[in-house]
Design a protein around this ligand. Structure first.
Ligand code: BGC
Length: 771
């Protein structure tokens, strides 16, 4: 939410929005489970039921379905609206007793007993927190992503939440944008695979699968291209990038059957996404045949007036409805409920439009089984929320998401008995809140295993593990979620204290056999409304790093963050660097397993890692243009290359790609070739490698990127095991939107193809496509 919260007391917080202060009470909760349909509902039957209901509904009742309100104080308006049957959905309520309370208001007091649907930001877990989405993408493992989101769905469903405001599918190419952490990174192909995997995880085999919930792809569309990486700012995206880069993950989600979409906040090419009929109707419904419903982002309909697009709130309601927004999400009374009736009466909107907007919402409620099972079993959920297998799944996920960036002299994995004294250093090494990352709201933070705790737990009495924070991170500004965690900055150290703490940490490193430094950003420095003008390690972390390195002791650097940071110095001087992201509930255990060789890193970067903020945006799939790409030096003082390329990540083992073969060297447009490659684990530990296939179209109606990912597979191999991998390459992979022809084309051309461990893969071949 674009809302600014301020802490007011232990269980309550004041919410500042549009100049009004509201008080949010954090409710305690008990848990339960709800059931849905054991077999896919028949589409025609769903439609018939929705139409039958619509026939009985008054215009007011139809308008009510289009309205969604936050359960945030003052709560009278939302309660009142529910009791009067003026609401279709409530968001931000997680207490099953309160969910049932609202449902009773809707069911008992309204004429037609139409249930509410409860939505929530189930982003990377509910009670069990999984690694943040950018980390899940770094696993390059769609099956893992599906599993994680199905557990999140099961837990949310247990408390009565039937709808996740996820997956977030915004391609992010500018790491200054804090919401890069919520998505799958820079690449449309990887982003599409992760998008479909998430939809399958949330929704199961069909909408209404037992223990699953409705997914909501967001933020449709173009939000990740905000100017300057400033959250909420406008984006300008030419058709080539929209079609080839920003829209594909959304299209993949629609193909996977996503049931709802959220319209984005910002202007897209000067037309607000929430009032953009081309996006919400022409593309989404007409071109992609989306049959679900669209909800606006929070207050985004009312904001159409703020954008200078709608004249007033009535105009905003008319524009959004015409554009294709079915449901308005809002804090307090919304533009739809206040204006649509009048707009129909004055003939500016038709009754049929209202009915068309309400139908897919009713259909979703029917599919989710809400008419048959509107209430949640308050007593039954505890077991689901406490499931130990969910914690195990979260630990395994964290192990599979870590990316090994450097490992000079094979410092990692560490020998469990070789180091008797270990110094763990850094301000977030023992922070449970930061280990969970942003958009984690319903966990039991006390349960989270920090990196320090994980290392101590792993070593037991084998080693003495001491800790010093070394530096404080000044949290830039209060994040919108701070008050939920009652987060307060500790009193700032004086300059003398700050100096002493760095010396103390370095001293601890000196008197130890090994230093493990945990650096990165606090969880509220990234995410929504957390853009950054710098990629430098925050505060005095760099100073701490260099002071500890000066001791000459072996150092392992663990990075806890969700965007690439400036680690140029570390990349030259620190022998081992492991990206662990914000790893979630059992993050510390996962990281300890990785450090001491009980798990082997196999994750790969889902973004290009720039050297410096001045290089951004920087992507691997750029065009060649003018100078030959290998000699292109574009900056006076800085390289034009990234610090680490897209797709990069090391392992404790080594791999060999060989024998790249194409079933045919020439195909006709529309045909498919089979690409095969041998992948061998040439090292001594069982480990995973991600085989990545890149192509380049050498000529055509437009210039094409130097490389584009068009296939990948994460493969587990025993020591010295070899496998032959197959990748189909055909129309789907070769077709692109030509801005010259204004059409999707598969052009006759010669194509390069590379296979290997990252976007700099060298194993190469070519093939041609003829008309
Ligand atoms: C965010 C959405 C989120 C919504 C509800 C908005 O500010 O942009 O991603 O789902 O709030 O919390």
């Amino acid at each position: 939410m674009p809302l600014e919260y301020r802490l007011s007391s232990a269980r309550s917080l004041a919410l500042q929005i549009f100049g009004c202060t509201l008080v949010l009470l954090a409710a305690p909760f008990t848990f339960a489970q709800q059931t849905s349909s054991a077999k896919p509902p028949d589409d025609q039957e769903v439609r018939r039921r929705a139409d039958a209901l619509l026939k009985q509904m008054t215009l007011e009742e139809k308008v009510a379905q289009l309205s969604q309100m936050f359960d945030l104080p003052p709560q009278e308006p939302v309660e009142d609206a529910a009791a009067k049957g003026k609401l279709g959905s409530v968001l931000f309520v997680t207490d099953p007793a309160r969910i049932n309370h609202f449902q009773h208001l809707a069911m008992d007091h309204s004429r037609l007993h139409i249930p509410l649907i409860f939505g929530y930001d189930v982003i990377h877990g509910f009670r069990t927190i999984f690694p943040v989405p950018i980390a899940m993408a770094a696993s390059w493992d769609p099956a893992l992503v599906t599993k994680a989101q199905s557990i999140a769905a099961q837990e949310a469903n247990a408390v009565g939440i039937k709808w996740a405001f996820a997956p977030m599918l915004d391609i992010a190419r500018d790491p200054r944008w804090g919401r890069i952490v919520e998505g799958a990174g820079e690449d449309p192909y990887l982003g599409s695979a992760i998008a479909a995997a998430q939809v399958r995880g949330f929704q199961g085999d069909y909408i209404g699968s037992p223990d699953h919930i409705l997914a909501c792809m967001k933020h449709f569309a173009g939000y990740g291209a905000a100017q300057g990486g400033r959250d909420y700012d406008e984006s300008y995206i030419p058709d080539t990038l929209l079609n080839n880069v920003y829209l594909p993950p959304f299209h993949a989600a629609v193909k996977a059957g996503v049931g709802s979409a959220m319209s984005a906040y910002m202007d897209l090419n000067d037309v607000p996404a929430t009032g953009n009929r081309w996006l919400l109707h022409d593309v989404l419904r007409e071109q992609w045949n989306f049959t679900g419903f669209v909800v606006s982002d929070a207050n985004a309909v009312k904001s159409l007036a703020t954008h200078g697009y709608a004249k007033d709130l009535s105009d905003a309601a008319k524009i959004a409805l015409n554009a294709g927004v079915n449901m308005e999400m809002s804090l307090g009374p919304n533009a739809y409920s206040q204006n649509l009736l009048q707009l129909v009466q004055s003939g500016q909107v038709t009754a049929e439009q209202i009915e068309d907007a309400a139908r897919p919402i009713l259909e979703a409620k029917i599919r989710m089984g809400l008419f048959e099972h509107p209430y949640v079993d308050e007593a039954g959920a505890q077991q689901i929320l406490a499931a130990p297998e969910h914690r195990t799944a979260s630990r395994l996920a964290a192990e599979r998401t870590a990316v090994l960036l450097r490992n000079e002299g094979s410092l990692l994995p560490l020998n469990k008995t070789a180091y008797k004294k270990i110094a763990v250093l850094g301000p977030i090494a023992d922070s449970q809140l930061d280990t969970d990352g942003p958009w984690a709201l319903e966990q039991d933070t006390k349960e989270t295993v920090t990196l320090l705790a994980g290392i101590r737990g792993k070593l037991g009495s084998n080693a003495e593990v001491s800790y010093a924070p070394g530096v404080q991170i000044k949290r830039k500004f209060p994040s919108i979620f701070d008050p939920i965690f009652h987060f307060e900055n500790p009193p700032a150290w004086t300059p003398e204290q700050a100096k002493d703490e760095i010396s103390k940490a370095a001293g601890l490193a000196s008197s130890s056999d090994l230093a493990i430094l945990v650096l990165g950003e606090a969880q509220n420095m990234i995410g929504e409304a957390a853009s950054s003008d710098s990629l430098d390690l925050p505060g005095r972390e760099e100073e701490l790093l260099e002071a500890v390195a000066a001791t000459g002791k072996p150092i392992v650097l663990l990075l806890m963050n969700g965007r690439p940071l400036n680690i140029q110095w570390a990349a030259r001087h620190v022998p081992a660097i492991l990206e662990v992201w914000y790893p979630g509930t059992h993050g510390g255990n996962a990281v300890a397993n990785l450090l001491f060789g009980d798990a082997v890193p196999g994750g790969k970067l889902p973004f290009t890692w720039p050297r410096h903020v001045g290089q951004v945006p920087m992507i691997y799939s750029h065009n060649t243009t003018q100078a030959p790409k290998d000699q292109a030096k574009r900056y006076w003082a800085e390289e034009s290359t990234p610090l680490f390329p897209f797709g990069y990540g090391l392992s404790y083992s080594t791999f060999q790609f060989s024998n790249l073969k194409l079933s045919r060297g020439q195909i006709k447009s529309g045909e498919t070739i089979d690409v095969t490659v041998d992948l061998e684990n040439t090292g001594n530990s069982a480990a995973d490698e991600v085989a990545q296939l890149y192509i380049h179209q050498q000529y055509g109606s437009t210039s094409r990127p130097v490389r584009e990912l068009k296939g990948f597979e994460r493969v587990s191999l025993a020591p010295h095991e070899k496998k032959t991998l197959h990748f189909p390459l055909g129309k789907d992979e070769l077709t692109y939107w030509s801005s010259a022809k204004k059409a999707w084309v598969e052009e006759p051309s010669t194509f390069d193809i590379w296979l290997g461990p990252d976007s700099t893969a060298t194993l190469h071949s070519t093939f041609t496509v003829t008309p």
